[in-house]
Design a protein around this ligand. Structure first.
Ligand SMILES: Cc1cc2nc3c(=O)[nH]c(=O)nc-3n(C[C@H](O)[C@H](O)[C@H](O)COP(=O)(O)OP(=O)(O)OC[C@H]3O[C@@H](n4cnc5c(N)ncnc54)[C@H](O)[C@@H]3O)c2cc1C
Length: 392
């Protein structure tokens, strides 16, 4: 088989890229190691920036999103026992959308298959090669057979544990990483959201909590826990009690509880691998970078990377120009590092760091009050939270 672009991975990055290329008349195949049912039910991110929603609309994949997404004009923060409202719409005339990543993936798969773009499930890429030639290839296993696809370019959209990033030679690759000394215990619960908007909660004694949602009937909540904590240590009662304690008492804010349908602990990590291109291999999304979920940037960065990549590929097939290919790493990394900074800042500002002393706690609270208590501070927060421009 030969295609113009071989895309590895049917996550938000790979599927959005396939759609953008199809609309531009460029052929691709998507190889996905997991089954369709698995990727369509994998619960991960749930917040789309305005730019990601605009791109879903521009590519004709927003019909269900427009109906079902919860549109938020602002976000709530609790710091020092005080509730602050950041009105993003008033500050920057942009908003965010709550819509589960698995729903985004479902819509993207449906659009690609309906357009005849081949998305091959249970097809695991084992090796990428020929990167310095005009005919790179991907070897993959499917239905018990080993197959090779040749192509003009490879898009490595295969997430953090995929094969693409490892194909960049050590001599050119540089990794930057920070592990945080805590994780998030995340739950899904059959419970109405505590407030209509997200609540980021910094509790000086007990640590961070986030109250978010997936629908008007389903809450998604997170608790800061030790990085090696096991979810088995957390009974439903213990989780609800801890969430209530971290939330505290605020007029008009009542924690809704209900059956917990899923719980797991996620480690917190910042990671960037540079460059994002080697020869005819381009890596995008989690294959190239990871952010702690505090800023809700992971899925949005995956989408913005492939927006940049699709423009480079489209221009190449139209005109033969390679300038956008050459600028791919630099263009993406400007936004990636902006999001890395924001995610690190939010994480540092909102969590209790082990080993901190009383001075550190007071300083952290002062920082939160400075940011949340001024229009300038809130504007900086809102601009980053609602998302930086796709191309910076
Ligand atoms: C538990 C969890 C919770 C998260 N919560 C949030 C959140 O709240 N907010 C947020 O913004 N982000 C969150 N993220 C991050 C967000 O989900 C990712 O940033 C996003 O999925 C990145 O999309 P992607 O397409 O780059 O990678 P992925 O979604 O990981 O897609 C990669 C695809 O490649 C496939 N694949 C891997 N290896 C191969 C191979 N060899 N051959 C073929 N296919 C392969 C994988 O099965 C997968 O389907 C979370 C991530 C995790 C793991």
């Amino acid at each position: 088989m030969h295609v113009q672009i071989c895309i590895i991975g049917a996550g938000p990055a790979g599927l959005m890229l396939a759609r953008l290329l199809h609309l531009a008349g460029v052929s691709s195949v998507v190889l996905e190691s997991r089954a369709r049912a698995y990727v369509e039910t994998r619960v991960r991110a749930g917040l789309l920036e305005q730019g990601s929603v605009d791109l879903m609309a521009a590519t004709g994949m927003d019909e269900r999103l427009r109906r079902e997404a919860m549109v938020h004009d602002g976000t709530e923060y609790i710091a020092g026992g005080q509730l602050f409202h950041v009105d993003m719409w008033d500050l920057i005339q942009r908003r965010i959308y709550i819509y589960g990543q698995q729903e985004v993936v479902k819509d993207m798969i449906a659009a690609n298959l309906a357009a005849g773009v081949p998305v091959i499930f249970e097809a695991e890429a084992r090796k990428v090669g020929g990167l310095d030639t005009e005919k790179p290839f991907v070897e993959y296993a499917h239905n018990g057979a080993e197959t090779t696809v040749t192509c003009d370019f490879i898009a490595g959209c295969d997430g953090f544990h995929g094969v693409s990033r490892a194909a960049l030679p050590d001599a050119v690759r540089r990794d930057y990483a920070r592990d945080y000394p805590f994780g998030w215990l995340g739950i899904l619960a059959d419970a109405a959201p505590t407030l209509p908007e997200l609540i980021y909660c910094q509790n000086e004694e007990r640590g961070f909590a986030l109250f978010t949602m997936r629908s008007p009937k389903i809450s998604r909540c997170y608790l800061q826990v030790a990085p090696d904590e096991s979810e088995d240590n957390w009974s439903d009662d213990r989780i609800w009690t801890e969430l209530a304690l971290r939330l505290g008492d605020h007029e008009g804010v009542t924690l809704s509880t209900g059956a917990i349908t899923q719980k797991s602990v996620t480690p917190m990590r910042s990671f960037v691998s540079e460059p994002m291109r080697h020869g005819r291999l381009f890596i995008a999304g989690d294959a190239a970078h990871i952010v702690p979920p505090t800023g809700a940037k992971g899925m949005n960065l995956a989408i913005s990377d492939v927006y940049v990549l699709s423009r480079a590929m489209t221009e190449f097939y139209k005109t033969g120009a390679t300038a956008r290919f050459d600028a791919y790493t630099e263009t993406c990394l400007r936004r990636v590092w902006g999001a890395q900074h924001f995610s690190w800042w939010m994480t540092s500002m909102m969590h209790n760091l082990p080993g901190e002393n009383a001075f550190d706690r007071k300083r952290q609270l002062a920082e939160l009050r400075t940011v949340l208590g001024s229009r300038a501070g809130q504007t900086l927060l809102a601009e980053n939270y609602a998302g930086l421009p796709m191309e910076m």
